[in-house]
Write a protein that binds this ligand. Structure first.
Ligand code: HPA
Length: 274
């Protein structure tokens, strides 16, 4: 069980390195989406491995550092690389960075991920605003509740901020960027889903499927952060698969990378409106 003082010690370490800056926006960059951090100005990078109590990210397409600086006229703290349950960390470790961000002053969280498209209307490269989620991952709030962050039984009715979603559509329209909307279905991975599982998740109400995001959103909502979530569709997982079809992690990273510029435009302009 991670105690409050451990979160505080990690936050104090980061605060000293970014001295004088108070990040108000946190950004979690998913697989292949780390290049958004290149658009952050006046940046200070802090490796996770240097932060007391922090895990080290091992996933493909993830760098493993915080990047603090200015984006869209605001001080942001971006995670270039996140932690996944499939890497073997307990859920409280997977989500530790979100509480550290909260202690540093972050009150709005942008989360991104690469996801499989199980809605047949979704194509590789589509950007999709997350409207809700369904979880088959363990809940990160299991264990003693830390009242400093939020209540024992937090509400999850309005997780993905409606106003931010509306503004994102306006920004996308101005730039001629197509934006879709959907429900994110999360499982643990690391194996990709079987064709029958993709069908099942679709029947259950999912539009996208991935192995991340939901634990971070639950922990962010527990401490009342505003959340905006976006997926990049990196593989089409609706309908029948060709005889020679295989899911490949590098295809996922490359497809996400190709969409990172469009996502950066939307995140940056959305942050400007805050
Ligand atoms: N399933 C789970 N996670 C993913 C996928 C997928 O098809 N694509 C990208 N991340």
């Amino acid at each position: 069980m991670i105690e409050y003082n451990t979160y505080k010690a990690a936050a104090d370490y980061v605060a000293a390195l970014i001295s004088g800056r108070t990040p108000e926006v946190g950004i979690v960059l998913g697989s292949g989406l780390g290049s958004l951090a290149d658009s952050i100005e006046d940046k200070i990078c802090i490796r996770y491995s240097d932060i007391p109590g922090f895990p080290v990210s091992t996933a493909v397409g993830h760098k493993g550092q915080f990047v603090c600086g200015n984006l869209g006229g605001k001080c942001v703290l971006a995670m270039q690389g996140r932690f996944h349950y499939y890497e073997g960390y307990p859920m409280e470790v997977v989500t530790m960075s979100i509480r550290v961000m909260y202690l540093l002053g972050v009150r709005t969280l942008f989360v991104s991920n690469a996801a499989g498209g199980i809605n047949p209307d979704f194509k590789v490269g589509d950007l999709v605003i997350i409207t809700d989620h369904i979880s088959l991952q363990p809940n990160p709030l299991i264990g003693k509740n830390l009242d400093e962050f939020g209540p024992r039984f937090p509400d999850m009715t309005h997780n993905y901020d409606k106003q931010l979603r509306k503004k994102a559509h306006e920004i996308a329209a101005e730039h001629g960027i197509t934006l879709k909307e959907g429900v994110y279905f999360g499982d643990t991975g690391p194996s990709y889903e079987t064709p029958a599982e993709y069908k099942f998740y679709r029947l259950a109400g999912g539009d996208l499927v991935g192995m991340s995001t939901i634990p971070e959103v639950i922990v962010a909502r527990h401490c009342s952060m505003r959340v905006f979530g976006m997926s990049v569709v990196t593989n089409e997982a609706a309908g029948d698969f060709a005889e020679d079809y295989e899911n490949d992690a590098m295809d996922v990273v490359n497809a996400a990378d190709a969409a990172a510029k469009r996502m950066t435009t939307i995140f940056k302009e959305l942050i400007e409106t805050l």
